[in-house]
Design a protein around this ligand. Structure first.
Ligand code: ADP
Ligand code: MG
Length: 239
């Protein structure tokens, strides 16, 4: 059984048909990167898995359940976006607790999950600070923390590092890889246009262009046996 299965899915925005039968199967515990240039359909594919956009045809399966028509909150996923809007008047702890409080999770359980996520992300010492007292990198850790407390089986990341400078990007990339290793069995789908991020993070990469998956394979396969000239140029090109 796949952790996530996108099964012959079609998506349209008005007259623009973004996907005409796209499929992708992801194993439990896998780290899969959707890699490709701007406009190739990465966010649309991720949003379809998350339930943030409706599919016209086909099915989305998560953890063995057909979730095609389920609300995002009922899909067992947690998502981290590129822009990390934190609530400015709330502490880090309150920011991380907010979703769980809304879901009426018991207080002791909230405290336990927030502390565990804070420890994993090395922000335990920042829990009582407010967002304006944090650096950009710390804020993005809090944004990831807000997703981690949800204890989801599948995490979705949409270019979570692209607003950060190169040094922070490298640091957090290593951190995300470490998180995935520590959260045994957690499945991650990670969108980026950055080849280095893809090559270092992924178990498998789906290289996309023109709203199609051009090749799906391990970083080694993609690099050494590119399926076509686009993949060869995009993954192999010096930057
Ligand atoms: P990426 O994340 O790879 O940059 P997107 O998935 O955002 O690409 O976009 C794929 C295509 O769908 C693009 O042509 C984009 O212009 C179009 N698109 C994305 N979102 C919308 C929308 N809400 N309405 C209309 N067109 C959209
Ligand atoms: Mg995008």
């Amino acid at each position: 059984m796949s952790a996530v299965s996108v099964n012959d899915v079609s998506v349209a925005f008005g007259s623009l048909k973004v996907f005409d039968g796209i499929s992708l199967d992801i194993e439990e515990g896998e780290f899969v990167v959707l890699l490709g240039p701007s406009g190739c359909g990465k966010s649309t594919l991720l949003n379809a898995v998350a339930g943030l956009i409706e599919v016209e045809e086909g099915q989305i399966w998560i953890g063995g359940n057909n979730v095609t028509w389920e609300e995002p909150k009922d899909r067992g996923i947690a998502m981290v976006f590129q822009s990390y809007a934190l609530y400015p008047r709330m502490s880090v702890r309150e920011n991380m607790s907010f979703g769980l409080r809304m879901a009426k999770t018991p207080k002791a359980e909230i405290a336990r999950r927030v502390e565990r996520a804070a420890e994993l992300l090395q922000i335990a010492h920042l829990l009582d600070r407010r967002p304006d007292q944090l650096s950009g990198g710390q804020r993005q850790r809090v944004a990831i923390g807000r997703a981690l407390v949800r204890d989801a089986a599948v995490f979705l990341f949409d270019e979570p590092l692209s607003n950060l400078d190169a040094q922070l990007r490298n640091e957090l990339r290593v951190e995300i890889k470490r998180l995935h290793q520590q959260m045994n069995g957690t499945t991650m789908i990670y969108v980026t246009h950055d080849q280095i991020e893809a090559m270092t993070l992924a178990d498998r990469i789906a290289v996309m262009k023109d709203r199609r998956i051009q090749q799906l394979g391990t970083p080694h396969e993609i690099y050494h046996r590119p399926a076509n000239l686009f993949v060869a140029g995009f993954v192999g090109s010096p930057r």
